[in-house]
Design a protein around this ligand. Structure first.
Ligand code: CUA
Length: 358
């Protein structure tokens, strides 16, 4: 049998390596909206510093250990005409003491800044803070500001240069709260409340993302953080506290939207009653985003789509097509079969109503 020698296509290997490096590098590039290498607040910056200390220490260990290994492999490989076994040695006290002490020192180098950072970040600084209770749902985010009585969804407004303290929990499964440029991940666990805090130093838009696999639409469970001046934040709070800008559209109640969604204000009377009626009739229900000031948000479907008439129409008509697996898609089927399907006129009325909720 003839065995052809396998020729290694070096050019291909180099090309593939370059492509891999490009992909990895572009993922970490600071201009990426979800890069952790471009912190915009104290918490994220301290976490990045800690990461760099550990990364470069590990890189140093890797180079030294792998370098020694490669050197040994080539330097002490079997040579032609060599005796069967080189001289064997056992035990070398100075060497063994050295390779115990050096790793211990390396661990100290890593442990000191790690423990310092953990303790420094544990509690929010004294003084005025903004408190937010964040509740994760499959697959959207609820944000409550208990001190000012505001509830919103998927867009977290915060003032700059002020600690934001978060109480994090979940309505259903485990999620994880993550704003790469502002703060590292914290788990959101049902029946338990986790705490974290962060601060933004400059106004801007920051992207958040669920960082724990939580089901079908996990990858589409996004949110936005809008960091603004104290005056802009106060104006936003005042706008959110106002009653809804329009009376509730007839279709909104008739088509089952109120089974899951809340719109505050006088029109909310009777909504709870209808909700309980539906529940007694065995209709499934899930808490869904509060829509009182829906039209003050820039996005819909947990940050997935820009808020526009077209996108809203698409979303109401077929939520399951826009965001596969989501609850509204699941329930729309149940309700529209139970009641009657949504006509184009119904959808148009709902779009107009929601867009009027400034
Ligand atoms: Cu929520 Cu992943």
């Amino acid at each position: 049998m003839v065995v052809h020698s396998l020729r290694i296509p070096w050019r291909l290997i180099i090309l593939a390596s370059l492509m891999l490096v490009t992909v990895l590098w572009s993922g970490c590039y600071p201009s990426n909206p979800q890069s952790t290498f471009d912190p915009a607040g104290r918490i994220a910056r301290e976490q990045l510093t800690l990461f760099q200390i550990i990364f470069w220490t590990a890189a140093f260990v890797f180079v030294v250990v792998e370098g020694a290994l490669i050197y040994a492999v080539f330097r002490f490989r079997k040579k032609a005409g060599q005796q069967p076994l080189p001289k064997q040695t056992h035990g070398n006290t100075p060497l063994e003491v050295t390779w115990t002490i050096i790793p211990a020192l390396i661990l100290v180098v890593i442990a000191v800044p790690t423990i310092t950072t953990i303790f420094a970040q544990a509690d929010a600084p004294e003084g005025e803070v903004v408190r937010v209770k964040a509740v994760a749902h499959q697959w959207w985010w609820e944000f409550n500001y208990p001190e000012v009585g505001v509830t919103t969804a998927n867009e977290l407004h915060i003032p700059i240069n002020k600690p934001i303290t978060l109480q994090l929990t979940s309505q259903d499964v485990i999620h994880s709260f993550w704003i790469p440029k502002l703060a590292g991940k914290t788990d959101m666990i049902p029946t338990r409340t986790n705490a974290m805090w962060f601060e933004a130093e400059e106004p801007g838009l920051f992207y958040g993302q669920c960082a724990e696999f939580c089901g079908t639409a996990h990858a589409l469970m996004r949110f936005r953080v809008i960091a603004q001046s104290q005056a802009e934040f106060d104006a936003w709070v005042a706008a959110q506290q106002a009653p809804p800008a329009a009376p509730m559209a007839r279709e909104f109640g008739l088509k089952g939207c109120t089974v899951c969604h809340t719109v505050n204000g006088p029109d909310a009377e009777g909504v709870q009653e209808r909700r309980m009626d539906g529940f007694r009739q065995g209709q499934p229900q899930f808490p869904a985003p509060n829509l009182t000031h829906f039209a003050t948000r820039d996005t819909l479907a947990a940050g997935l789509l820009e808020r526009s008439d077209d996108n809203l129409r698409r979303w109401i008509q077929d939520p399951g097509e826009v965001k596969p697996g989501n609850r509204m898609g699941e329930l729309a089927g149940a309700y529209h079969n139970a009641n009657q399907s949504l006509s184009d006129a119904d959808v148009a009325a709902l779009v107009a109503y929601l867009q009027s909720l400034k």
